[in-house]
Design a protein around this ligand. Structure first.
Ligand code: TYD
Length: 220
């Protein structure tokens, strides 16, 4: 391994809105820390002070006029900043980095969901991510109906604050789910597909069994 190659492990969580990935990522982080690992948790869009500002632009419901192209570039702007400021330094320190969403999200939400196409997304990805790819991606699978129900419930609970993405149509989410299926079919060795419709405790057990061998921890 060259000295410039990151030493840590980069694990991402993906899934439809409401799939429970944020909860599961934090449960995994706790368990890894308990097992003595150094863990850094980050979130997309966001992760840095600049990223947090970009996130508020992206999720502001008064920004309905944001074009798909502008949206694509903003997601990658936030990611590029997060990679340099947070992710690469942590990997260089040998830490396990857990990210709530990464480039797969942009491929499926903007590429498939918004119809920008995979090539456009890949082109920007090359600039923003410079070859950084997750070692492993946990995909929490839920059905479309559950995703829409949870998105609506959260929408109401948020009192209309961070809701732009939650107001998408069922058809949009259908394309997003289909996009995930395509990506998983192409890289079955990277993705760990886990049924997210069960209790958080049961899901967390499966996540642990999927991740433990990769991080060299005891999976019991
Ligand atoms: P997130 O905060 O992960 O919400 P959730 O917890 O519901 O998954 O993401 C916010 C929204 O941003 C979500 O609807 C997915 C969307 N998104 C994209 O469209 N493209 C992207 O590249 C990313 C990272 C997120």
């Amino acid at each position: 391994m060259s000295t410039t190659e990151p030493r840590g492990l980069f694990l991402t969580f993906e899934g439809l809105d409401g799939s429970g990935k944020t909860t599961q990522m934090h449960l995994l982080a706790e368990r890894l820390r308990h097992a003595g690992r150094r863990v850094l948790v980050t979130v997309e869009p966001g992760g840095t002070a600049i990223g947090a500002k970009i996130r508020s632009i992206l999720l502001d419901r008064s920004h309905a006029g944001l074009t798909p192209e502008a949206e694509l570039l903003l997601y990658f702007a936030s990611r590029a900043q997060n990679i340099d400021e947070v992710i690469l330094p942590a990997l260089a320190r040998g830490e396990i980095v857990l990210s709530d969403r990464f480039a797969d999200s942009t491929l499926v939400y903007q590429g498939f969901g918004r119809g920008l196409g995979e090539e456009a997304v890949r082109a920007v990805e090359r600039v923003a991510c410079r070859g950084l790819k997750p070692h492993l991606t946990v995909y929490l699978e839920i059905d479309l109906e559950t995703a829409l129900e949870r998105a609506r419930a959260r929408n109401q609970a948020a009192g209309g604050r961070e809701t732009r993405m939650d107001e998408q149509s069922a058809e949009f989410y259908r394309r997003v789910a289909e996009g995930y299926r395509i990506l998983i079919g192409r890289e079955p060795e990277r993705f760990r597909v886990i049924d997210g419709r069960r209790t958080p405790e049961k899901v967390a057990e499966d996540v642990w069994h999927a991740v433990a061998p990769v991080v060299g921890a005891d999976s019991d």
